[in-house]
Design a protein around this ligand. Sequence first.
Ligand SMILES: NC(=O)c1ccc[n+]([C@@H]2O[C@H](COP(=O)([O-])OP(=O)(O)OC[C@H]3O[C@@H](n4cnc5c(N)ncnc54)[C@H](OP(=O)(O)O)[C@@H]3O)[C@@H](O)[C@H]2O)c1
Length: 471
Amino acid sequence: MDILTADAQLEDELGIDSVKLAEIAAVVGREFNIPPDRLPRGAQARTLSAMADVVARLLADTQPAAVATTPPAPVAAPVPPVSSAGSPVEDLEARVRAVFARVTRYPEALLTPEADLEDELGIDSVKQAEVMAVLVKELGLTDAPQPSQRLRTISTICEMARARLAVAAPVREDRAPRPSPPPPAVLPFAGKVAFVTGAGKGIGKVIAARLASAGATVVVNSFHSRDEGERTVQEIVAAGGKAFHAWGSVAQEEHLDRMFASIEAQFGGLDFLVCNASNGLIGPFDRITPRDWDKAFRTCITGTYECALRARPLMARRGGGSIVTMSTSMSQRYMHDLGCQGVVKAGVESLTRYLAAELAPDGIRTNCVSAGPVHGELLGMFPDAASRVARWESATPGGEICTAEDVADVTELLLGPKTRRVNGAIWVVDAGLSGTVDGLLPGASETRRPGGPRGSHSREHDVRALLALDS
Ligand SMILES: NC(=O)c1ccc[n+]([C@@H]2O[C@H](COP(=O)([O-])OP(=O)(O)OC[C@H]3O[C@@H](n4cnc5c(N)ncnc54)[C@H](OP(=O)(O)O)[C@@H]3O)[C@@H](O)[C@H]2O)c1
């Protein structure tokens, strides 16, 4: 409540997007008995105080007897299929509004025929194109209007559709009834809310973008890389997805409390959690300090545990959910310079099995993606990156190590319903590298002789700063 100040910009400062704003306006309308065409919109709905002014003005004009007697506005219903018996032009406006409501998730009451789609309702051109694609299918139109034909309101869209259907109708009457149009393409994660930790860059960023493109609303967490987290959100939104930024450390309780409280306030629940955030020294074993162990443990194990336990009630109230944790396939093998991460990630795998059992009664599945070396920023940080990657690739059965997209593929699969009986599983995604013997041991050029003096390293071993960030 304390961040909901009267003059905070609802969209720019609080991240309440246009869909949520429309929902809020509809609830305000119901609570104060305001007709849909007079609900606060655009500039009138940018801050709470602006909204309150509109409501106060309208209430001042309203007779007391009229207050709070109207039943709540109807919820958007699915569009009835085109009936071959009835005229396709019948009830056109209701059907167009219902499609808009379904695709945008706006309350139907707000979708008045004359409201400007972009300026007043905040339905941008990408979303309009999505709606048009569904309308073309459901109304049986032959094609979508050209982008140059600006259809600014629902009523102009209806006029366009009416004209096209009127031309097409006589031809159709002479023919056998058309088969029903195929059901509209619904994105697999539409309506789902996902929280991805450490999603400002690297693999987490690719996972966040993937879940958004599958229809989920994604809460993108970043900590050290705040700007990159915000940029990830902007990129997802620019691509037509829904995303919000949540800044904070998974290793700090107060940060977690704040982030989960905000998820609860904005969405009321959570469907997916991806515990991707990780922090652990990459460097030779004898360089790992107690502080490195502590940081790696707090980020990877305590952080994953705390996120999962906070996600539990939010998922339970939606009838269940799905969690993916992140490990390295080198938790079960030896790879030089990966001791700190390898050991701690073995704990993440064990934690995954425990969470799977503990959270199952709430309908929550927990699985782990255990990745091998993945092309990207992290590998690029090795001073000898090129030679290591070449060596790993030559030791990988198919000759290529994985990409972040490969990890996102498996994460998406484990989150989704196709794996509903998979729980407590550790899925190795390393293109077969960990099944081989070569490639994991130090190459001749970078070997510190076993039994050599402590602290005597080749230059290539000296990569301790790679992940030594404060948590
Ligand atoms: N890349 C690989 O080859 C590879 C291989 C196997 C497994 N993995 C696993 O895949 C995951 C992603 O790896 P990556 O390559 O993308 O690594 P990365 O670039 O180092 O990513 C680590 C992520 O964790 C975040 N992070 C660190 N401390 C945090 C904290 N206290 N709170 C919140 N976020 C924190 C970082 O974000 P901030 O900078 O914003 O803090 C960053 O986004 C990790 O779990 C990693 O162990 C990676």
